[in-house]
Write a protein that binds this ligand. Structure first.
Ligand SMILES: Cc1cc2nc3c(=O)[nH]c(=O)nc-3n(C[C@H](O)[C@H](O)[C@H](O)COP(=O)(O)OP(=O)(O)OC[C@H]3O[C@@H](n4cnc5c(N)ncnc54)[C@H](O)[C@@H]3O)c2cc1C
Length: 295
């Protein structure tokens, strides 16, 4: 199969890129699975124009329909490898099918690092969150615990003092500069020098059991360990990811390899829907222009 623009990733960045590329009359194919998107489990309340709380899975379903009605083809498969060939790109799917494209957009998102403890998966979205910026306002006037040993956890803990009744920051080590540590403590964050061993609850989280044997009442657990991008395909295409595994892009979402663009969480923070969609639009327009220019 040949196409002008091939988008790897069917999250909000990839689907928005598909809408814009297809509306520019570029032949557009998107590969990826909606369940693989960070948005699939999210509840959104901070996106422009959406009042109240909207299910991320509903946004993905609508976004996919929009991409298809704009003319894009959506294939629910993962890409297993990619390569440059004769001024274009070849991407192999898990079925073995190969797609050739003039331009490629990487919209593969990130995988958030996990604690891998009992209760973590069970209570995801029911008290367990990987994003304080996203879910802070769902935890007003209740006790919460933050896990993580780097600045991300400190910043999240400080933010949560503006919402929660009590904020505990649990970690057996901390790699945070002195100024940030002082700011975090001054905000009222309670430091626990132990890690979370188990998240417990019934319908929702009610407490956490710590590695030192203590138990703390908590209605929210924020796991702020950072994330890892899916950079393997980028490396297949000759792109060297940044030290934190993200992909550097120019303002038009171009990577260092001509004809390869990137958008969304894979390009770095903030890991937010609004940024993913904004960059998706830019990448879609840039890739369509590149593919149609015959460079
Ligand atoms: C629990 C949770 C709550 C959140 N709440 C909010 C919120 O309230 N507000 C907010 O703004 N943001 C929120 N976010 C963040 C938001 O969901 C992300 O910023 C957004 O989804 C990023 O979009 P993306 O398209 O870059 O990546 P993703 O949505 O992660 O999509 C990546 C896509 O790439 C695909 N993919 C990966 N590798 C391959 C491959 N090899 N081949 C093919 N496809 C591949 C995946 O399957 C997926 O389809 C939340 C995230 C989580 C996890």
């Amino acid at each position: 199969m040949n196409t002008d623009v091939l988008i790897i990733g069917a999250g909000p960045a990839g689907l928005q890129a598909a809408i814009h590329a297809a509306k520019r009359k570029a032949d557009t194919v998107v590969i990826g699975k909606e369940m693989g998107s960070a948005l699939f489990e999210a509840k959104i309340e901070n996106y422009f124009g959406l009042a109240g709380v909207t299910k991320g899975a509903d946004l993905l379903a609508t976004g996919q329909e929009q991409a298809e009605s704009a003319g894009a083809k959506v294939i629910r498969q993962n890409a297993t490898s990619a390569r440059q060939e004769d001024g274009s790109f070849a991407v192999v799917l898990e079925s073995g099918t190969e797609i050739r494209a003039r331009a490629v957009i990487l919209a593969t998102g990130i995988t958030r690092k996990k604690l891998n403890i009992p209760g973590e998966a069970e209570f995801l979205g029911r008290g367990v969150s990987y994003c304080a910026t996203c879910d802070c306002s769902f935890h007003r006037d209740v006790p919460v615990v933050i896990a993580g040993d780097e600045s991300e956890a400190a910043v999240s803990a400080e933010l949560m003092t503006k919402y929660a009744s009590t904020v505990y920051w649990a970690s057996d080590s901390r790699d945070v500069d002195d100024a940030l540590m002082e700011k975090t403590v001054a905000a009222g964050v309670r430091i626990l020098d132990t890690t979370i061993a188990e998240i417990v609850g019934t319908e929702k989280v009610t407490a956490v059991r710590m590695a030192d044997g203590t138990e703390i009442e908590a209605k929210g657990v924020f796991i702020e360990l950072g994330g890892k991008s899916s950079a393997d395909l980028a490396m297949d295409l000759g792109i060297l990811p940044e030290i934190d595994d993200t992909l550097k892009v120019s303002p038009d979402c171009a990577t260092e390899i001509e004809g390869v663009f990137a958008c969304g969480d894979v390009t770095g923070k903030p890991w937010q829907l609004a940024k993913a969609v904004g960059q998706g639009a830019v990448a879609g327009l840039s890739a369509a222009e590149y593919a149609k220019s015959g460079r």
